[in-house]
Design a protein around this ligand. Structure first.
Ligand code: NAD
Ligand code: TYD
Length: 359
């Protein structure tokens, strides 16, 4: 049996592929366009593994997706490919509409045609799982209850609006055509292979490089943080047992203000990799201009996935963040590749090109 994972060279996708192959013998066809966020260096442990087939392709290339499904006959398609960074969506929203909305639409079209032609038993077992974000629900006031699956969609950034658009398309393909879809809406992830443009890896990297740790506005914006491997476990569980057409909110029950997150990082680093001058990394914290339209608070009510599917995060914020800092300290070569841009030539330098289809 085979599953297709899109965006499998990104942060969450690479963790998903690595964990999947550690737990299953089922083949993964990993479809990734390798944008700036796609890094085959994150997958070095499975490049060359016959259970991992990497295909460099755009989810918006419908004929190529159709050919790929016909060739590999997946029992499930997991859509993680996306443009994912809010600040980039503010600077240039077009790519977000192109991949997150139009790309998801084209992928759904290819999936619908493939699913429609399957024999009845395979058709019944097929799943299209769409990975989305809590940001589609908008921003919460301090005293408001956490996002439930029934909350109204009120996206505020081009990123969240494009993800909301993709979620609606996925829903419509179930309602209208009967495509067996599942959607997950997860809070902020952190962990290994996280591209250092996002708050946590950026601050770890900047701290160690002696650079400022930029805090937008007053740093009191609140996010719910989930260790990436817990998110991957939730995706596997929803794929296995989620009810068709349903959405599942996934979160860590870990609301933290940004400033507290960065102070926690500094405290860990002060202990495990003290600055040579004996001062605290906290001195590198710098308040900078706020993000336009910055959402104040996200929080996830993960009761549904817990009660229906028995999923709970294994990590607390404290254990997850300690593992994350350790991973970044133990993988300076990965960080160097990413921050220098050298990872973009990774295919040429590290791999036999025959391992990368479509490159
Ligand atoms: P990422 O930016 O690290 O990775 C995205 C991957 O998708 C990259 O490898 C990129 O090359 C690939 N990609 C982009 N456009 C593509 C296209 N048109 N065709 C094929 N591949 C393409 O993102 P991530 O943080 O790993 O997020 C994965 C998914 O999870 C996204 O859908 C995101 O919206 C969602 N999500 C992320 C978070 C988070 O905290 N990072 C939280 C909740 C949900
Ligand atoms: P980010 O990691 O970009 O995720 P998202 O915007 O999807 O939640 O940002 C997390 C929070 O950290 C968000 O409130 C913005 C803030 N932030 C900073 O304060 N400084 C930074 O340099 C970055 C990248 C983010």
């Amino acid at each position: 049996m085979t599953i297709v994972v899109t965006g499998g060279a990104g942060f969450i996708g690479s963790n998903f592929v690595l964990d999947w192959l550690a737990l299953h013998d089922e083949t993964v066809v990993n479809v990734d366009k390798l944008t700036y966020a796609g890094n085959l260096g994150s997958l070095s442990a499975v490049m060359g593994d016959p259970r991992h087939i990497f295909v460099k392709a755009d989810i918006g290339d419908q004929p190529q997706m159709a050919a790929l499904f016909a060739a590999h006959r997946p029992r499930a398609i997991l859509n993680l490919a996306a443009e994912s960074h809010v600040d980039r969506s503010i600077a240039g929203p077009a790519a977000f509409i192109e991949t997150n909305v139009v790309g998801t639409f084209r992928l759904l079209e290819a999936a619908r045609a493939y699913w429609g032609d399957l024999p009845l038993d395979e058709k019944a077992a097929f799943r299209f799982l769409h990975v989305s974000t809590d940001e589609v629900y908008g921003s919460l006031e301090p005293a408001e209850p956490a996002f439930a699956e029934t909350n109204r969609y009120m996206p505020n950034s081009p990123y969240s609006a494009s993800k909301a658009g993709s979620d609606h398309l996925v829903r419509a393909y179930h309602h209208t055509y009967g495509v067996p879809v599942l959607t997950t809406n997860c809070s902020n992830n952190y962990g290994p292979n996280h591209f250092p443009e996002k708050l946590i890896p950026l601050c770890i990297h900047n701290a160690l490089s002696g650079k400022p740790l930029p805090i937008y506005g007053d740093g009191q914006q609140i996010r719910d943080w989930l260790y990436v491997k817990d998110h991957c476990a939730a995706i596997r569980r929803v794929l296995e047992a989620g009810r068709l057409g349903e959405t599942y909110n996934v979160g860590g029950w870990n609301e933290r203000a940004n400033l507290d997150v960065v102070r926690t990082l500094c405290a860990i680093l002060d202990e495990v990799r003290p600055r040579s001058d004996g001062r605290s990394y906290g001195e590198q914290i710098t308040f900078v201009k706020d993000r336009p339209g910055h959402d104040r608070r996200y929080a996830i009510d993960a009761t549904k996935i817990q009660q229906e599917l028995g999923w709970m995060p294994a990590e607390t914020f404290e254990t997850g963040i300690a593992k994350t800092v350790r991973w970044f300290l133990d993988n300076p070569a990965w960080v160097e590749e990413v921050t220098s841009g050298a990872y973009r030539t990774w295919i040429d330098r590290h791999y036999d090109r025959s391992l990368v289809h479509g490159a």
